[in-house]
Design a protein around this ligand. Structure first.
Ligand SMILES: *[C@@H]1O[C@H](CO)[C@@H](O)[C@H](O)[C@H]1NC(C)=O
Ligand SMILES: *[C@@H]1O[C@H](CO)[C@@H](O)[C@H](O)[C@H]1NC(C)=O
Ligand SMILES: *[C@@H]1O[C@H](CO)[C@@H](O)[C@H](O)[C@H]1NC(C)=O
Ligand SMILES: *[C@@H]1O[C@H](CO)[C@@H](O)[C@H](O)[C@H]1NC(C)=O
Ligand SMILES: *[C@@H]1O[C@H](CO)[C@@H](O)[C@H](O)[C@H]1NC(C)=O
Ligand SMILES: *[C@@H]1O[C@H](CO)[C@@H](O)[C@H](O)[C@H]1NC(C)=O
Length: 764
């Protein structure tokens, strides 16, 4: 919903919205203090050398088996790669090493050559870092090459799979690395008028080790602007009115740091462009020049009213499964069906083309190995080779893939640079036990401009609303949306200011969701305030559509074999009027294979104590309603009574290398592990739709998993599976079975028409 629609809805909330859309504190006061104030007065300028003074220590991860963010530590010293001994090794050492490798921190370390024995020298032994060192070379140790270890004691590290922002792969930057480094970029708007987010135009400022400084505009080109805009989350750039800035900047005191920037326009970070450094404080560093200023064009998501435009011109690429805005598995559209991209040769240039096509900036990361979960449909592209200037990923050369070449384990993903919107500043969570949970509070502004925090009524609060809140808070996926929060600390609770919140799940912030015009909450006490539990990972269940299509058939089953099914409510109502045990029911049978393609195990919400024993089938049901099986006619009316199946969840089988964890039998733990699936074969009891009363014709058969969204998933749009179903009174056929979000809108419309069209043909 566009921000303007709910704006009509009343005073207080209108004001709250206004606050969140236009009056958020300007960046210069929240996260971007002016350059003159960030540098400590009196500190000496850094050496003016413009090129690498000392060679930086090279570090790499090696060994087998391992993922990209873990491995045996190897150091390059005196022209030779060598290892580190595990004696005295600690997590502090691992933190230092992981940061040197570009990861934010370590999550663990390994000893005794867990990733295999290295070769050559053992460069360091008894290493004892404090944890804050810039390089392992600065930590206490026995000295280079002094060790009494063997390679059986080689140390390894496991790094948190999150890159340091702006960290450029050492292979790229090693050649001209120096103490001088551009770490971050921001724009300082010059107009002192009301500032809106995102900031799209202003003077470029770069962050270096001592603070923020400006860039000399001599030789500045629109290609440099493109790189800066990309880093700030904008897909396009435009020229600025230089005269306006010149007038303004002449009156300012300017501090230059970087000059002679010569980007080619396809870089994803200014640090990757050729450029030179001056003394941070020298005013004579830009003779005749001025600070560079740029203007960027935001994508539709970040333009007022742009969302509608975006929906109309849906592009041939999308992101799925990401926790945050601008990240996800890359999916592309071909022939009306969505498919994934293989990660062979996947890089920042190709990722940036995708990001810009979607209205974000350049790519922060090009992720390989299905790090945003696996797709289920076709894999279309492999070895995508973009220059970075293409308008669409489809304009880049690529190779077609067959299933042997590439599997969904290799699905490519991206993290795009997105504009700073300050959305996380307008809501907060309080009272929870960890920083990932709490009662939700929103910031509202009264007519006098006073800002106060207030609670949200829990009555309409579900996983959908929690998904939006967690995303807005930057805390990942919603694990749970809570309607009551009485068990959390309530010593400092605020008043309830918002009720009737309803989100579709795709909004960027709660202010885009619907809500009551004035607060109306039946239970207005703080213990009934809405709460969230957020999580960095979530499960994602998807049905194997082709298996359903392949296994469908009809069985006329004698009633005397259906007592158990009747007891479990697996037959339609008319069965009650049958002449038991004589006669039969006509059953539409098929197999369901439910995969967990997410990044966390799927576990029933209810604890074991509340699982229900089903004596007839001899197992416990952990979820009341796990799937809906329905047969619909052309106008979407159910023709076969919706059969709500509850299952006993377990890992039937898993992908190679993943071990089963959940087993239904003997009151075992229930769930579906990531990379595993739960199979309900067509011949097990209740795995059917009772079509005894259905007339011959064409229908749509629909299965929805986790229909009430009782358990959190990263993506609910792929929970439905649909097929065209043709029933001639004797036999049945399924066609076009597909996951709910697998088709383009146009292809989906064609699919929905199927029953009507055929009905007409039959009757004429
Ligand atoms: C930069 O120059 C200003 C004014 O000339 C001075 O106050 C400040 O200390 C200098 N900063 C550095 C880092 O040299
Ligand atoms: C890939 O396959 C599509 C459809 O089968 C075909 O149109 C296209 O030409 C192929 N592209 C390449 C590069 O082989
Ligand atoms: C706004 O300020 C006026 C005057 O100071 C005061 O009378 C009024 O109560 C204030 N309104 C609110 C909603 O605080
Ligand atoms: C409640 O607020 C007061 C004052 O702001 C603060 O000192 C106190 O620590 C808070 N209590 C809790 C449990 O957060
Ligand atoms: C889906 O089922 C088909 C068999 O009908 C099988 O070939 C395919 O491997 C299954 N897909 C997955 C992802 O397991
Ligand atoms: C839908 O179709 C059924 C039979 O095909 C009909 O009885 C019913 O009235 C229709 N409902 C609507 C809303 O069109």
């Amino acid at each position: 919903m566009p921000p303007s629609a709910p704006l009509a809805l009343g005073l207080l909330l209108g004001l709250w919205l206004q606050c969140c859309w236009s009056q958020t504190p300007p960046p210069s006061s929240t996260r971007a203090p002016p350059p003159s104030s960030t540098r400590a007065p009196g500190t000496a300028p850094p050496p003016s050398s413009t090129r690498a003074p000392a060679q930086r220590l090279k570090v790499r991860l090696a060994g087998y088996p391992r993922k990209h963010n873990e491995g045996r530590v190897e150091l390059f010293h005196q022209g030779e790669w060598g290892t580190v001994c595990d004696d005295d090794f600690s997590i502090s050492n691992a933190h230092v090493l992981c940061r040197q490798l570009g990861f934010v921190e370590a999550t663990g370390w390994t000893h005794s050559a867990k990733y295999g024995k290295g070769l050559g020298r053992i460069w360091l032994d008894n290493v004892q870092c404090g944890g804050g060192e810039k390089s392992i070379a600065l930590c206490k140790s026995r000295g280079w090459g002094n060790s009494d270890c063997t390679h059986d004691e080689d140390a390894g590290v496991v790094c948190k799979d999150e890159r340091i922002p702006g960290f450029v792969d050492s292979n790229v930057i090693d050649a001209h690395v120096s103490e001088n480094k551009v770490e971050e970029v921001r724009l300082r708007p010059v107009a002192a008028t009301k500032r809106k987010l995102p900031v799209t135009e202003g003077v470029v400022e770069v962050k270096h080790r001592d603070g923020w400084a400006q860039v000399c505009d001599l030789g500045w080109s629109i290609k440099n602007t493109r790189v800066v805009c990309g880093m700030l989350g904008f897909p396009h750039e435009r020229r600025v009115n230089k005269n306006f800035y010149r007038l303004y900047l002449e009156r300012q005191k300017n501090f230059f740091y970087v000059h002679s920037v010569a980007c080619s326009g396809t870089e994803v970070h200014l640090a990757a462009c050729p450029l030179e450094f001056s003394r941070p404080n020298s005013t004579g560093a830009c003779p005749g020049g001025a600070p560079a200023a740029v203007s960027c064009v935001p994508g539709p998501l970040f333009t007022p009213g742009g969302l509608k435009k975006k929906l109309k011109t849906s592009s041939g690429v999308r992101l799925k499964g990401g926790a945050r805005l601008g990240e996800g598995r890359v999916e592309v559209l071909r022939g009306g069906e969505w498919g994934t991209v293989c990660d062979d040769r996947w890089n920042l240039q190709a990722a940036s083309v995708v990001c810009r096509e979607l209205g974000f900036g350049s790519a922060k990361e090009a992720l390989t190995g299905a790090r945003m979960g696996q797709g289920m449909g076709p894999i279309y592209l492999s070895e995508v080779r973009c220059l970075g200037t293409e308008r669409s990923i489809w304009n880049c050369p690529f190779r077609n893939v067959s299933s042997e070449d590439c599997q969904h384990l290799e699905d490519a993903a991206v993290r795009c640079n997105v504009p700073y919107m300050g959305l996380e500043n307008t809501i907060r969570i309080t009272g929870g036990r960890t920083r990932y949970e709490g009662r939700l509070e929103v910031l509202s502004t009264d007519p006098n401009g006073t800002q106060t925090w207030g609670l949200i009524c829990g009555e309409t609060w579900t996983t959908m609303e929690a998904m939006v809140a967690c995303r807005q808070l930057g805390l990942g996926y919603a694990n749970q949306g809570l309607k009551e929060t009485w068990y959390w600390d309530s010593s400092n609770v605020t008043d309830m200011v918002l009720s009737g919140v309803r989100c579709s799940g795709t909004e960027m912030s709660l202010s885009q969701c619907q809500h009551h015009p004035t607060v109306s909450c039946q239970k207005a006490a703080a213990k009934f305030a809405a709460g969230v539990i957020c999580s960095e990972t979530a499960s994602d269940l998807v049905l194997n559509a082709s298996l359903v299509q392949q296994t469908v058939y009809i069985e006329d089953r004698p009633l005397h074999m259906l007592y158990c099914a009747a007891e479990e409510d697996c037959l339609s109502k008319s069965a009650a009027k049958a002449n038991w045990p004589y006669g039969h029911r006509r059953l539409l049978r098929f197999s369901s294979q439910i995969h967990n393609i997410g990044r966390a195990d799927f576990k029933p919400k209810a604890g074991r104590h509340s699982w229900v024993w089903h004596a007839c089938h001899g197992h416990y049901h952990s979820m009341d309603i796990f799937t809906h099986y329905d047969l619909l006619n052309a106008n979407g009316t159910k023709v076969a009574e919706g059969h709500k199946a509850s299952f006993c969840l377990e890992d039937t089988d898993c992908h190679e290398g993943v071990s089963k964890r959940y087993e239904c039998a003997n009151f075992g733990d229930q769930g579906i592990t990531v990379g595993c699936w739960d199979l309900y074969r067509h011949d097990i009891d209740c795995q059917w739709i009772d079509i005894t009363d259905v007339k011959p014709g064409n229908y749509i058969m629909q299965i929805v998993i986790n229909p009430n969204q009782e358990v959190a998933e990263s993506d609910f749009t792929n929970n439905a599976m649909k097929c065209n179903c043709k029933y001639d009174g004797h036999r049945v056929w399924f066609h076009n079975c597909h996951i709910g979000d697998a088709f383009s809108e146009e292809a989906e419309r064609r699919f929905e028409k199927y029953p009507g069209q055929l009905n007409n043909r039959i009757s004429s």
